[in-house]
Design a protein around this ligand. Structure first.
Ligand code: G3I
Length: 315
C-alpha cells in the first residue's frame, strides 16, 4: 500500500515528519521514518545551541546526520530554525550586546549556517515565533536589541546565502484567524511590498483536544496564499489529557484528517509535517505533564486511528 508521502505526492504535496538525533539509533523507528515520509525536519539539530555552541565555532554534526539520512532515503529537508529566542547558547544570552554587535553576530550565524546547507535543504524556518498571542512583537533578545527590522534582515541574509531555499516565518497558535495570525498577515504583506525575500508562512499546528479545533484554518491558509505566499503545516500534533480513550483517539483522528484536508484544499499549501510520528518520541509529556498521545503512531510504533484518518484525507 502507498505511503503517506506517496499519497501526498499525488496531490503535489509532501508529507513529512520531524526527527531528532538520539532516536536515530532505534532501527524500528528509522524504518518507518525512512519509508513513510518524503520531508524531514530536524527537531533540534540545526538550532543555535547545537550549531554555534561557542561564538564563531560551528558544529554541523547533528544537522548533517539528519540531512545525510534524509538524502539516503530520498527525502527533502525543512531546515529549522535560524532566529529564535529559545535554545540559544549561553555565550549569546549571558551578556549585553549593542545593536551593531548583535547584528553582526546574527548575520554571521545565518550566513554561515545557510551556506553550509546550501543546495541540501528545501526550506528554512528563518524566524520562529516572533509574535505574542495579542499580535505584538515578542520581547526577545532580537527584538529588544535590533527592533522589528531583524526579520527582514534575517530573510535577506538567508536569501543571499542560499537563493534557492524557500524562506519561512513559522509560529504556533496562528492556525485560526485572530490577533496573532493577523500580525503575520500584516507583516507578510509589508515584507512582500518591500521586496523582502519571504516565500512562506509555517503554521506549526500544535493542537490540543481540550482547546477545540481551529475551524478557520482553511480560510486562514487561503488568505496567505492570496498574498503570493506558500503555506505549510510544519509541526502538527494533537495532544490530549491522558489517559487516551478510544473516544479521544477517534476525535484526534478527525482533527488529523481535517488539518490535512484543509491543506489540500488550498492551492499554495505545499505540505504537512508532523512533529515526529510516534508518541515514543513526542515532546509533549515532558512539557505538558498529564498530556500526550499526540501523534499518529503509539509508543510501540503501532498506527493509531489518526494514521488511517491521514490516509483517508490523502486518498
Ligand atoms: O540536550 C539536552 C541533554 O543534554 C539533556 O540530557 C536532556 C535532559 O532533559 O535535555 C536535552 O535538551 C533537551 C532538548 O530538547 C534536546 O533533546 C531540552 O531539555 C528540551 O527542552 C528540548 O526540547 C525541544 C524543544 O523544542 C525546546 O523548546 C524539543 O525536543 C523540540 O521538539 C521542540 O521543538 C519546538 C520547535 O523547535 C518550535 N516549535 C515548538 C516545538 C515544540 O516545543
Amino acid at each position: 500500500q502507498p505511503t503517506l508521502a506517496g499519497l501526498a505526492e499525488r496531490h503535489g504535496r509532501y508529507f513529512g515528519s520531524a526527527t531528532d538525533n538520539p532516536e536515530l539509533s532505534d532501527s524500528a523507528y528509522t524504518r518507518v521514518l525512512g519509508g513513510e515520509f518524503d520531508m524531514i525536519t530536524p527537531g533540534n539539530g540545526m538550532k543555535w545551541y547545537a550549531t554555534e555552541p561557542q561564538q564563531g565555532v560551528f558544529d554541523w554534526t547533528a544537522g548533517d546526520q539528519i540531512v545525510d539520512l534524509a538524502r539516503s532515503n530520498r527525502q527533502r529537508v525543512r531546515a529549522h530554525t535560524l532566529v529564535w529566542h529559545s535554545q540559544l547558547p549561553d555565550w549569546l544570552t549571558s551578556r549585553q550586546w549593542t545593536a551593531s554587535e548583535l547584528r553582526a553576530v546574527l548575520k554571521k550565524h545565518i550566513t554561515t549556517e545557510v551556506r553550509h546547507y546550501r543546495g541540501k535543504v528545501y526550506s528554512w524556518d528563518v524566524v520562529n515565533e516572533a509574535f505574542n498571542e495579542d499580535g505584538s512583537y515578542r520581547d526577545t533578545l532580537w527584538y529588544r536589541t535590533l527592533g522589528p527590522g531583524y526579520i527582514a534582515d534575517a530573510l535577506r541574509w538567508a536569501h543571499r546565502a542560499d537563493p534557492h531555499a524557500r524562506l519561512y516565518l513559522n509560529d504556533y497558535n496562528i492556525e485560526a484567524t485572530g490577533p496573532k495570525s493577523d500580525a503575520y498577515y500584516r507583516l507578510a504583506k509589508d515584507l512582500k511590498a518591500a521586496g523582502v525575500p519571504l516565500d512562506g508562512i509555517g503554521f506549526q499546528a500544535h493542537l490540543a483536544l481540550q482547546y477545540g479545533y481551529p475551524t478557520t484554518l482553511e480560510d486562514n491558509l487561503r488568505r496567505f496564499s492570496r498574498l503570493g505566499l506558500d503555506t505549510a503545516l510544519t509541526e502538527v500534533d494533537v495532544r490530549m489529557q491522558l489517559p487516551a480513550t478510544a473516544e479521544k483517539l477517534a476525535e484526534q483522528a478527525t482533527w488529523y484528517r481535517d488539518v490535512t484536508a484543509a491543506c489540500l484544499a488550498v492551492r499554495r499549501c505545499v505540505g504537512v509535517t508532523i512533529w515526529d510520528y510516534t508518541d515514543k518520541y513526542s515532546w509533549i509529556p515532558a512539557v505538558f505533564p498529564g498530556e500526550g498521545a499526540a501523534l499518529p503512531w503509539d509508543e510501540e510504533l503501532r498506527p493509531k486511528p489518526a494514521y488511517q484518518a491521514l490516509r483517508e484525507a490523502l486518498r
